[in-house]
Design a binder for this molecule. Structure first.
Ligand code: BGC
Length: 434
């Protein structure tokens, strides 16, 4: 008997990769991130990025060659609605072609409607701080679904609302660069209600139009929070509070159909009730909790002996298992909508992927209704404040020539997706004792 056994996945399991419009398309000049970049907050400006806007067919060809059956990407709001209430037919047609290109290649589209970027006009009006933001976003969602809904089986409403809130409004490191807890809570509540409204609108429009019934879910970033010293009450409190707010608040509010503290007092909203068909989990790492008056110092703390990624994140595959199991209580199917590593060592990426998939399989054996695994990312891309310095792709992008070259991890992942299992041989090769 060897060290490993084959890990077989159920038929129909989704294997994919994710990207997001602003990080790959290039020339998204009309949103708040572009402005943020011009103001010098990022290591590089996004510029032409990976020119995916023009090269999406090539990228989708690669995804197909790698035996993937799903592709997660976002529709850039600032392209579709360049000025308030003005729709761009040209951009709608563009995204229709992108969706058709996925279909032609057997890639099920999973479409995110908001992935960190806001149209400039929306940001300039006060963005998500304003209660009107909910209806303004819903109007955009309606338009997208009316125009493209015949081709979209999976929607992710808002990508990682808590990351948007924490980095943009608590730590001030993402636009709009605020450090204001009251604003942070207001924005969190508006994103929650915007999610709920979007959920309703998507289903309503699909019904009106006779489109196939899609699946609509949240995409939620979760981290494992653990106290540095389990005997230090301050560390324990910090871990519990972070878990309650960052990991649980959004999910619990939907689960209860009511806005939970601290962003509400349990006010019920009809639209919130049951406003999800699945949960999308984005998992990267664990955060060790200490106490410090400066909130940014409390972020990204890792154990002394941790294996690190180029983002200075701890590699902690077990956390994926723990979080998946913790989602069982909501009784919804789960998709891992992002899991990935920035590293210049592709062997580390191979190990990372295998170890996380193995933990996902362990969670399934314990009854978690997991339906797919989506690696972040297909291609190296613009990593927000880190510019192009961090490489998450299973496919390398040469930023001078824009040439795409699959890495070893791409072929390894293709083998898993193609066979719908992780063979013991593959694990032996990458994880076995030397
Ligand atoms: C985001 C991506 C990002 C990735 C890696 C996620 O939080 O959805 O946009 O590139 O993490 O940091």
């Amino acid at each position: 008997m060897g060290e490993f056994r084959d890990l077989v996945f159920p038929s129909g399991f989704l294997w994919g990769c994710a990207v997001a419009a602003h990080q790959v398309e290039g020339n998204n000049t009309n949103n708040n991130w572009w402005k943020w970049e011009q103001e010098g907050h990022t290591l590089d400006p996004s510029g032409i990025a990976c020119d995916h806007y023009n090269r999406y067919e090539e990228d989708l060809d690669i995804a197909k060659k790698l035996s993937l059956n799903t592709f997660r990407t976002s529709i850039e709001w600032s392209r579709i609605e360049p000025k308030e209430g003005v729709w761009s037919d040209k951009e709608i047609k563009h995204y229709r072609r992108v969706l058709e290109a996925m279909k032609e290649r057997g890639l099920t589209p999973m479409i995110t409607l908001h992935h960190f970027t806001d149209p400039l006009w929306f940001a300039e009006k006060g963005g998500w701080e304003k209660p009107e933001s909910i209806d303004i976003f819903a109007r955009f969602v309606r338009k997208v679904v009316e125009e493209l809904g015949d081709l979209i089986p999976f929607y992710n409403t808002i990508n990682e609302p808590m990351v948007y809130v924490v980095l943009g409004y608590a730590f001030g490191v993402f636009p709009p660069g605020e450090r204001d807890i009251i604003k942070a809570l207001t924005v969190a509540k508006h994103l929650l209600l915007a999610h709920a409204k979007a959920y309703r609108v998507i289903h309503e429009v699909c019904k009106e139009k006779g489109y196939p019934k899609p699946k609509v879910g949240v995409v939620h970033n979760m981290m494992v929070f653990e106290p540095l010293d389990p005997n230090d009450e301050r560390h324990v409190n910090e871990a519990n509070t972070s878990d309650a707010i960052y990991n649980r608040w959004f999910l619990e509010s939907i689960h209860a159909g009511a806005v939970q503290p601290p962003a509400g007092q349990g006010e019920e909203f009809e639209e919130l009730k049951g406003a999800w068909d699945f949960i999308g989990l984005n998992y990267y790492t664990r955060n060790i909790c200490i106490s410090s008056p400066d909130p940014t110092r409390r972020f990204n703390v890792v154990p002394m002996d941790a294996e690190l990624t180029d983002m200075h994140y701890e590699v902690y595959p077990e956390g994926l298992y723990k979080l998946l199991v913790s989602l069982k209580k909501y009784g919804k199917p789960v998709y891992i909508t992002e899991n990935g590593i920035a590293t210049s060592n592709d062997r580390q990426r191979c190990r990372f992927i295998l170890r996380h998939i193995a933990e996902a399989h362990r969670a399934m054996r314990e009854g978690v209704d997991l339906k797919g695994y989506i690696y972040w990312s297909l291609i190296d891309n613009f990593e927000w404040n880190e510019g192009f310095s961090k490489r998450f792709g299973i496919v390398e992008v040469d930023y001078k020539t824009l040439k795409r070259t699959p890495r070893e991890s791409a072929y390894m992942y293709a083998e898993i997706a193609g066979k719908n299992k992780v063979t013991s041989d593959l694990m032996q090769k990458y994880l076995g004792r030397k």
